[in-house]
Design a protein around this ligand. Structure first.
Ligand code: UTP
Length: 496
């Protein structure tokens, strides 16, 4: 159906966004049709209200930072720790692992990967999950994750005497406009890394227009507006959107149809991620919570990570810049050798399906988007020339995945502390940066593999790099066959 351009212009004028038509009359008729379709599909009134709310929340957050909001660490009764390296946590781990494996064996667990980020700091043109951190096997992050899922399915089958191949952990992968096509192609070309295609479910988060600092939508070209993914908190809405245009199914429907009760949700860039971690699942299932958050221990008060904490009695993540120095340095009253605010957030969550399907929609409208001031390439509205700004000229609006925390009632959230060296080494920065880059990811994963091998009673000669396939071991189990072996050369262990 033809779009009524006069009505469209009026709608945009009423919304204070008439400038988007500045170059409209200079466009070819094809360009006009494409641009008009983009504008007609955009809910410009929603954009304006999202902007107004975000700016208000931004000002309130700045005021709160200088006011007396009461900040406190997560309560002890909401915290479970399995981070002690001495082995004293082993019985608890085993109890929780069996709870988690049982839920997996019963087909109640899914995993949810957030892979919609553009990975600007890493600077690779492909989605981050396709990245090869330089392991001996040259496996991508996606492949490591897929193989951990396969191994975990096998572990659950064995633990609960299920038939081989009968346990399925469906993998829900959230992509975005820029990452969807290359991600789906990467999986298809590699046969979904041995998983059944029907159990790898792709969906896509939304986008929002980029805005000037006073809320005007920015043009990317004369016939298109500049847009950006709506942040990893776009997850919540995306779960209720159609899986793909024309589909009748949403990710939430799919979860419900499959009888999935529990989800492990994680970010794409942590090469040590324990996808579907049964211990974490067990901790959250045992506590009967709707939401869980896995954390590692912050030991340096100056480390720039967000910490899980309470703000005026509600769970939240406090960014490093928001935490006053005296609180960042404060010690835990019960554990004086540890920081009070030490629960470093690693984008690793647990949810019940019912929380995502029923609770989130009820409070979602109250969640304010965050303002990220950025340098956004756009057009000079006088000349139509392209500008590459050297200082922030606009904003992207994003929700964060942890923005739901304040809405979780008391006792509804578990904080699970795990050892950093076993579980967290993120890939954020370009090669050679020295922190959170491909080299540190590779180093940390190979160091972990060496620990597992040595614990199994084998020996690795200096200089040898041994990589254990995730199909062989999930977290160091099943390595008895290596006992007494001496690895003198670098290799990939694919079977034992
Ligand atoms: P980051 O915030 O580190 O962003 O994402 P990023 O895209 O990986 O990297 P930069 O900031 O552009 O350099 C943390 C997790 O959230 C996902 C990412 O894919 C990653 O798993 N994410 C981020 C989304 O799924 N959607 C988004 O809009 C943003």
């Amino acid at each position: 159906m033809a779009i009524d351009i006069v009505a469209l212009k009026q709608r945009y004028a009423a919304a204070g966004q008439a400038h988007l038509f500045t170059f409209f009359d200079t466009l070819s008729s094809d360009e006009q049709s494409i641009f008009a379709a983009q504008l007609a599909a955009l809910d410009v009134e929603r954009v304006n209200s999202v902007y107004a709310k975000a700016v208000e929340a931004d000002a309130a957050a700045a005021a709160m930072a200088s006011s007396k909001a009461v900040l406190g660490p997560p309560p002890a009764e909401s915290t479970i720790s399995t981070s002690d390296a001495s082995g004293k946590d082993a019985p608890l781990e085993q109890e929780l692992r069996m709870i988690g494996l049982e839920a997996i064996a019963q087909g109640q667990v899914g995993v949810l990967l957030m892979a919609g980020g553009q990975g600007t700091r890493l600077g690779s043109s492909a989605p981050k999950g396709c990245y090869d951190i330089g392991l001996p096997s040259h496996k991508s992050l996606f492949q490591l994750q897929a193989e951990r899922i396969r191994r975990l399915q096998t572990l659950a089958e064995k633990a609960f005497s299920k038939e081989e191949g009968s346990v399925v952990i469906p993998w829900y992968i959230m992509t975005s406009g820029p990452t969807r096509k290359p991600t789906e192609e990467f999986f298809k070309e590699r046969n979904h890394f041995g998983l059944e295609a029907k159990n790898v479910i792709f969906f896509e988060q939304g986008t929002l227009p980029c805005l000037t600092l006073d809320g005007k939508i920015l043009l990317d070209t004369k016939s298109s507006i500049a847009t950006a993914p709506d942040g990893n908190g776009g997850l919540y809405k995306a779960l209720r959107d159609k899986l793909y245009p024309g589909s009748s199914e949403t990710a939430i429907n799919s979860l419900q149809t499959r009888g999935i009760k529990y989800l492990h949700c994680y970010g794409v860039d942590n090469c040590l991620v324990r996808v579907g971690d049964p211990i974490f699942l067990g901790a959250c299932i045992k506590q009967g919570v709707q939401v869980g958050v896995k954390v590692v221990t912050k030991t340096d008060p100056a480390e720039s990570v967000g910490v899980v904490a309470l703000r005026d009695g509600k769970f939240t993540v406090i960014e490093y810049s928001e935490l006053p120095k005296e609180l960042a340095e404060a010690k835990d009253k019960n554990h004086p050798q540890e920081l009070a605010f030490r629960a470093a957030n690693i984008v690793n969550h647990f949810y019940t399906t019912s929380f995502l399907a029923l609770d989130v929609p009820a409070f979602e409208a109250q969640m304010a988007f965050h303002v990220a001031r950025k340098k956004i390439p756009t057009l000079d509205m006088q000349t139509g020339e392209r500008i590459k700004p050297t200082s922030p000229n606009g904003m992207k609006l994003e929700l964060f995945v942890f923005d739901v925390f304040p809405f979780v009632g008391e006792g509804g959230l578990t904080v699970h502390e795990v050892p950093r060296q076993e579980e967290f080494s993120p890939l954020k920065n370009a090669p050679g940066t020295g922190t959170d880059d491909p080299q540190t990811s590779r180093r940390d994963l190979l160091a972990q593999q060496r620990r597992w091998i040595e614990k199994a009673g084998a020996d690795v000669r200096d200089g040898a790099e041994i990589e254990l396939s995730p199909l062989v071991t999930y977290t160091g189990e099943g390595l008895d066959g290596l006992k007494g072996k001496s690895f003198t050369e670098s290799t990939v262990v694919d079977s034992i």
